[in-house]
Design a protein around this ligand. Structure first.
Ligand code: GDP
Ligand code: MG
Length: 193
């Protein structure tokens, strides 16, 4: 049941001075911060974090975007010059890399029971327009895929968090060495479990 998840306060969150508030959300719920660092992400880390060489990931991004365009009656060919999911996925991957390297980010690892699912709940829906009040994205952002895609940029949604246990297992070693992860007890552990 004990899990770890990677959280990254993206550049918009850092320059808006929200890093402290965001980290508090996870601490308050009882999750343990086991590693933290403020860093400027290199292009090579960004490209491993958003894996442009993974066909399923690229096509998934492309499909999601096409669905969204359909909803808003945006012509993909007119806007992006293609309606191929692979090509669109590649374009979005570039937007995501440009976004995450655009300024310093605060990366941290949280640990606790159901950490991956809990962290996703606290962050809220990927699209701030749809994320509930009370979540980080719902409380502090309003961006939408329509605004982002027509502006040819990533959705500004303040935080990254691992989407599954497998994703966390892939991402944490990308961002942190084993010696950077700390072990300690939180005083709440006895009261909360
Ligand atoms: P997350 O796990 O909730 O962050 O969402 P995803 O893994 O699906 O997407 C990664 C990041 O890409 C998101 O956090 C957004 O910043 C961005 N993103 C996701 N979907 C879209 C989209 O349709 N258009 C654009 N422009 N950016 C997107
Ligand atoms: Mg994700």
């Amino acid at each position: 049941m004990e899990e770890r998840s990677l959280v990254v306060v993206k550049p918009d969150g850092v320059v808006r001075g929200l890093a402290g508030k965001i980290i508090s959300r996870f601490e308050e719920v009882g999750l343990k911060i086991v590693a933290v660092k403020l860093l400027k992400v290199s292009k090579s880390l960004a490209e491993r974090h958003y894996p442009g060489d993974r066909e399923a990931w690229l096509r998934g991004m492309g499909e999601k975007t096409l669905e969204n365009y359909k909803k808003f009656r945006v012509d993909a060919i007119k806007l992006l010059g293609t309606n191929d999911t692979h090509e669109i996925g590649k374009m979005i991957q570039k937007w995501l890399v440009d976004y995450i390297v655009s300024g310093p980010v605060l990366a941290f690892v949280v640990e606790g029971p159901h950490a991956v699912e809990l962290v996703r709940k606290i962050c809220g829906n990927t699209l701030p327009l749809l994320s509930s009040p009370g979540t980080i994205r719902g409380d502090y952002a309003f961006d939408s895929s329509y605004l982002a895609n027509t502006g040819k940029r990533a959705i500004k949604n303040l935080v990254h968090s691992s989407g599954s246990i497998e994703e966390a297992d892939y991402e944490i070693p990308l961002w942190f060495g084993k010696d950077e992860l700390q072990e300690y007890q939180r005083v709440e552990e006895k009261a909360m479990r």
